[in-house]
Ligand binder design. Structure first.
Ligand code: FCB
Length: 444
């Protein structure tokens, strides 16, 4: 098999998120987050599991950074917990929270690993939820002030910033399907949240530019490849709707073009907040890169009985433990699509990876399926670069097994195995394989 070389300076990294790995959710003056509350609410997560301990990264970050170093990672994407910095979401600052992230950042830099910081990965301070959370219009300013403060404290060392992680998931899984915090089921709230996320993102970009930070700022979006189940115009339209609604266009169209995708706007007019059109000029603002998350792909059929006229079906391909079909070609389509549709200056894959039913045997985990998954997806990323996508880096989800939201600890996405009883980390075969990709800057 031929070796596929990546461009010089390509950033090979791994990704995590605060609530999923840190544990100690109330330590040292941290305020509770909506995920703390949600996971402590009976019936919300797998076997009632919570992020109370998770990977204990709050105490073990040094060991974890050593592990990253041992793999040769060039970049590490992690998120900051808003309520560690502002326990009430705004106002009073918690210096001990700032200290924690200072220690993490300094340790990474000491090891020559570039920090990529996600400002918000779903753990809203509960105090802000009490006054309406993301559905409150004022959140654009709360978020803007929070981001502004992070730039002040960390902007001297952190040069890559991601405003929001997967705003679609937060808006719709959190506010329409009710499966994530804050557990609401209200389509009006969900579209309002999506709109406010865009406004909040834009405030953060504004603060970033006005501080004149010498760095780059972007946003990370969730994606699945949605192809029409047949050539019929109805199926083609349904697939287009699914793409515009749940992939990058819902957010990138406003950011790059100052308007919602046409079909979604027609559908959502009733649900979006009154007067939303007046915000669109403000939302349109240059960003430095787009972050793409990709896991799976499916087919879409027209279905007049569903509100959006969409029915998602599978191709019958093998699935990961999440029940997601493995469709590497879709990764290429998403990357190529984002470059063709919006021509961003840079693209990063901020998440890609798979959950499998890993077993420890003699202190080893032979996760050949994950290696195959990663190899095929990284090959598609290479193909995208050859076809003109300005892809600058790839972050595997995840550095280590962690709290998979409503699925608790039942799904393992790590390239490192975590024994939650002892907190021992075991490099899976996929981690060793990935280290080899990094050292060669190539995939076979
Ligand atoms: C993404 C999330 C990330 C992780 C992966 C599996 O939607 O951003 O936190 O849970 O899925």
């Amino acid at each position: 098999m031929a070796e596929k070389k990546f461009p010089k300076d390509f950033v090979w990294g791994s990704a995590t998120a605060s609530y999923q790995i840190e544990g100690s959710p109330l330590a040292d003056g941290t305020g509770p987050s909506i995920w703390h509350r949600f996971s402590h609410t009976p019936g919300t997560t797998h076997e009632g599991e919570t992020g109370d301990v998770a990977c204990d990264h709050y105490n073990r970050y040094k060991e974890d950074i050593k592990l990253m170093k041992s793999l040769g990672l060039k970049g590490y994407r992690f998120s900051i917990s808003w309520s560690r910095i502002f326990p009430n979401g705004k106002g009073k600052i918690n210096e001990k929270g700032v200290d924690f992230y200072n220690r993490v950042i300094d340790e990474l830099l000491k090891e020559n690993i570039t920090p990529f910081v996600t400002i918000y990965h779903w753990d809203l301070p509960a105090a802000l939820q009490d006054i309406g959370g993301w559905a409150n219009r004022d959140i654009a300013n709360w978020f803007g002030d929070y981001a502004d403060y992070l730039f002040q404290r960390f902007g001297d060392r952190v040069k890559h910033w991601i405003t929001l992680n997967e705003p679609w998931v937060m808006a719709f899984i959190g506010h329409m399907y009710g499966e994530h915090a804050p557990g609401m089921r209200d389509i009006y709230a969900a579209f309002t949240v999506a709109h406010n996320e865009l406004r909040a993102h834009s405030k953060a970009v504004e603060a970033f530019r006005s501080q004149g930070i010498n760095g780059k700022i972007g946003i990370t979006l969730s994606n699945g490849s949605h192809d029409p189940a047949s050539d019929s115009p109805q199926d083609v339209m349904a697939a287009k709707m699914a793409h515009e609604f749940s992939n990058y266009p819902l957010f990138l169209n406003p950011i790059f073009k100052g308007k919602y995708p046409e079909h979604i706007e027609n559908f959502a007019k009733e649900f979006l907040p009154k007067g939303y059109e007046k915000d669109m000029d403000d939302i349109k603002k240059a960003i430095d890169f787009v972050g793409i998350n990709y896991y799976s792909g499916d087919l879409v059929k027209a279905d007049p009985s569903s509100p959006m006229g969409i029915k998602v079906i599978g191709r019958g391909l093998p699935k990961t433990e999440m029940g997601w079909e493995i469709y590497p070609e879709g990764f290429y389509k998403i990357l190529k699509g984002v470059q063709d549709e919006y021509n961003p200056k840079e693209v990063y894959v901020t998440e890609n990876g798979a959950a499998f039913d890993d077993k420890v045997e003699n202190d080893a985990v032979h996760d050949q399926k994950r290696i195959d998954y990663l190899r095929e997806h990284i090959s598609q990323a290479h193909r995208a670069i050859e076809d003109g996508v300005k892809l600058k880096g790839y972050f595997v989800w995840s550095l280590m097994d962690n709290f998979e939201w409503a699925q608790g600890y039942s799904k393992r996405f790590g390239i490192t195995y975590v024994d939650y009883k002892t907190q021992k980390r075991i490099l899976k075969d996929s981690a060793k394989w990935y280290a080899n990709v990094i050292s060669k800057n190539a995939v076979e």
